[in-house]
Design a protein around this ligand. Structure first.
Ligand code: PLP
Length: 381
């Protein structure tokens, strides 16, 4: 079987599989983005967005991938005077550093090795110096399958008075984010991850404090302009209308499942993935105490190349998982289990993984991964 995107078991770390209802919602001819129909779509999306973030606040939809949301957030909120603290422990933390340095010359970056938790004690020591005006962090480090414990970082940021700016692209609607309780000022979500809409939109949530602190970033992504427009159910520039239609449907699906339901299901799928991997002797890449609930990063079994694992999954079994980034290329593979990923996806992926290991003479026990998954599937009432 060769890879067929229409029928694949699709478990990359985002974009994730899209529900047919969401696909159908996009299939509309052009509409006037300054007309009543589209204003109605934006109005509905605005009502639904607090369900995604689990908080009310100032929320905008940007045409552009998640990085557009990051550029908007950092360019408009990283202070021009004063120090910004960046915490990094993977590819996207390093990306944060790169973006933030475009907009500030006073950046301190504290890094942990890829796969280890961000250094909270060192961050606290920096914050105690009293001159940090913004803290920038990735909630879920997709590149290494690790979720940073923002609940533990939050009290230190709050006490310092710094703005708390979060890349939540692979976290929102996948792992719990207590925006209000943790005092987060801005968080960016991507349409293609936990929300399971197509790629191409960034959703940005801002606190009252963040809104007041906006200082005008890039022209196209100026959050103040976007806020002004969305309050009239409008957008400052021509929006990606089909993606907005898809977003509305994906939000309706989330409303039906509830955010709590989606988070709980994602967590159970993550536990099943980790248990299945362990059952056939596969090792997680990140510190297992902080393994992500949206993306599981697994080391390639010793002696097996990427071509024997990931390519075989794709080309023999029509299963798509993701490879490593940067220095981890060829060393790990990543299984995304967020959005509308479900039990059949995991069963097929692990049945195929078992066959790959069996062929390599490395399968400890046939069926062990599948049993570990089945044990975690819900029992009928
Ligand atoms: N930040 C994180 C944590 C991500 O996972 C990604 C994409 O995977 C990005 C930023 C970049 O988002 P995009 O590729 O949608 O621009």
């Amino acid at each position: 079987m060769t890879f067929d995107p229409e029928t694949a078991t699709f478990l990359i770390a985002g974009p994730v599989r899209i529900h047919p209802r969401v696909l159908r919602a996009m299939s509309l001819s052009s509409v006037n983005h300054r007309g009543d129909f589209f204003h109605g779509v934006v109005a509905e999306i605005r009502e639904l967005l607090p369900l995604l973030f689990g908080a009310r606040g100032h929320q905008v939809i940007l045409t552009g991938s998640g990085s557009a949301g990051l550029e908007a957030m950092y360019s408009s909120l990283v202070p021009r005077d004063g120090r910004t603290l960046v915490l990094a422990n993977g590819n996207f933390g390093e990306r944060t550093d790169q973006i933030v340095r475009r907009y500030s010359t006073a950046v301190t970056t504290l890094s942990a090795p890829w796969g280890q938790h961000i250094p909270i004690d060192a961050a606290r020591a920096e914050l105690d110096k009293g001159d940090v005006r913004a803290v920038c962090v990735v909630h879920n480090e997709t590149s290494v399958g690790l979720q940073n414990d923002l609940a533990r970082l939050a009290p230190h940021v709050r006490r310092s008075g710094a703005l708390f700016l979060v890349d939540g692209i692979s976290a929102v609607a996948g792992i719990p984010i207590e925006i209000d309780a943790w005092g987060i000022d801005a968080v960016v979500a991507g349409s293609q991850k936990g929300l399971a809409a197509p790629a191409g939109l960034a959703l940005v949530h801002l606190s009252d404090r963040a809104r007041a602190a906006l200082h005008g970033g890039t022209f196209y992504l100026d959050l103040a302009e976007h806020l002004k427009a969305i309050e009239k159910n409008d957008t400052p520039w021509t929006p990606a209308v089909p993606l907005f239609l898809a977003l509305r449907e994906a939000l309706l699906l989330l409303k039906e499942e509830t955010l709590a339901g989606r988070l709980a299901r994602t967590h159970t799928l993550a536990e099943a993935t980790r248990a299945a991997a362990a059952a056939i002797g596969l090792e997680l890449f990140p510190d297992p105490r902080h393994a992500s609930d949206t993306v599981t990063a697994i080391r390639n079994p010793a002696g097996l190349e990427d071509a024997q694992v990931r390519k075989a999954l794709q080309e023999t079994f029509n299963v798509a998982v993701q490879g490593g980034q940067g220095a981890l290329k060829g060393k790990i593979f990543r299984i995304g289990h967020m959005g509308i990923a479900d039990w059949p996806d995991l069963l097929v992926a692990f049945a195929a993984l078992e066959r790959i290991l069996e062929r390599a003479g490395r399968l400890p026990a046939r069926g062990a991964a599948l049993a570990a998954i089945a044990e975690r599937m819900p029992l009928p009432p």
